[in-house]
Design a protein around this ligand. Structure first.
Ligand code: NAD
Ligand code: DAU
Length: 350
């Protein structure tokens, strides 16, 4: 008998890497991927594994209680790895309620079903969260697992609320949980509304490269496959009730990163050295823009033995190569073609 493991949001950027990692590595698991297929969910991300016998896709919304209850009752999951979320800060500024809905209500709907249908001594509920819950840093210091929560955007406030619910269900109902808070991911299948893929896409299409404010904000970048490995490590070896910070120890000012992307992409395209940098355009700053994030990952490294394997040089080069080789994927997501294609192909789970 295979163990049933639920991964939520598996058609998104990080979720698709996590699904692929688990399906390929653990043939004794049946991986069930539930995804609503919002604009950010694209089953093309999983083309290479969609027919494997230990993988199943379920189209559905994690906020829909009756659907979630039925799914949990049918599969009696031994593990839940919860990634489904609205994930883009700029969208959260325009429409906070969507973030409350999926990130908070969706998480509590899953927790209730887990509590009701799973063996809470053996089954694990693992919530994937973000470093943004800790707020912003000045020039010095790093976030640790004991840094007080201080979210500044509607997105990070909704993720902070979901983290609190997961912890509260551990304390109140004794659920076997883990939480991890990760820094900015990058890599293949990253939706081109986020900094790195947006810049690559705009360079390829000779469009302006919008840098918010003065470009001096700092982010810590981690290759997405290293995050998938960290998730595997925490899921299997993490301790009940614990939080683990995950980061790349790889801080970049936005403007420096954009210039690096210009240079690397120009080199790969055989363009002259400044042909993309002239596209850099300073635009109005993001409201409430957090200045700096930096993660202290020493706990997961010390206690669970995880560390990133991919250098930034290698990861960024592979990422640009992937976008250059997958122009059709970029065209499909920027035109929105994938949405109608996959929503016609799958009926909602009922
Ligand atoms: P994403 O936006 O690329 O993907 C989110 C996925 O969730 C999509 O496939 C979408 O269709 C699905 N989804 C959204 N609402 C849903 C709903 N109501 N029901 C079912 N499915 C739904 O996000 P991502 O960047 O891959 O992030 C995944 C998780 O990791 C999120 O929880 C995010 O907060 C967290 N995280 C992301 C980063 C990052 O750098 N991207 C860093 C740290 C943590
Ligand atoms: O830190 C983890 C978080 O990283 C995740 O929880 C979020 O889901 C993920 O989206 C990401 O949030 P950021 O806001 O840091 O990522 P984004 O790619 O949107 O922006 C990175 C930085 O680049 C940020 O300082 C804003 C800036 N930026 C972004 C865009 C899209 C620009 O200057 N121009 C842009 O066009």
């Amino acid at each position: 008998m295979k163990k049933n493991i639920l991964i939520t949001g598996g058609a998104g950027f990080i979720g698709s890497h996590v699904v692929r990692h688990f399906v390929k590595k653990y043939s004794d698991y049946l991986i069930i991927n539930i995804d609503k297929l919002t604009y950010a969910g694209n089953l093309e991300n999983l083309n290479d594994i969609e027919n494997l016998p230990n993988y199943k896709f379920v189209k559905g919304d994690i906020c829909e209680n009756s659907l979630i209850q039925k799914l949990f009752s049918e599969y009696k999951f031994e593990g839940v790895i919860h990634l489904a979320a609205e994930s883009h800060v700029d969208r959260s500024i325009l429409n906070p309620m969507e973030f409350v809905e999926t990130n908070v209500k969706g998480t509590v709907t899953l927790l209730n079903a887990f509590k009701q249908h799973c063996d809470i001594d053996k089954s694990v509920f693992y919530h994937i969260s973000t470093d943004e819950v800790y707020g912003e840093l000045g020039n010095e210091g790093k976030f640790t697992e004991t840094t007080p929560y201080s979210p500044n955007s509607p997105y990070s406030a909704s993720k902070a609320a979901s983290d609190h619910f997961v912890r509260a269900y551990h304390t109140t109902y004794k659920l076997n949980i883990r939480i991890s808070n990760c820094s900015n991911n990058y890599g293949p299948y990253h939706f081109p509304e986020k900094l790195i893929p947006l810049m690559i896409n705009n360079i390829l299409n000779n469009k302006p490269l919008p840098v918010y404010g003065k470009g001096e904000n700092v982010r810590d970048w981690l290759y997405v496959k290293d995050h998938a490995e960290a998730i595997d490590t925490v899921f299997h070896n993490g301790k009940n009730g614990e939080t683990y910070n995950i980061g790349g120890n790889n801080e970049w000012k936005n403007i420096e990163l954009v210039k690096l992307l210009c240079n690397l992409t120009d080199q790969k395209l055989g363009n002259s050295s400044d042909s993309s940098q002239r596209l850099i355009t300073y635009v109005n700053d993001r409201a409430g823009h957090d200045f700096r994030y930096a993660i202290d990952s020493s706990k997961i490294m010390r206690e669970l033995g995880w560390k990133p394997k991919v250098t930034f040089e290698q990861g960024l080069s592979e990422t640009i190569d992937w976008y250059l080789q997958n122009k059709k994927w970029l065209e499909n997501v920027t035109s929105g073609e994938y949405i109608s294609y996959y929503s016609k192909m799958y009926e909602k789970y009922s």
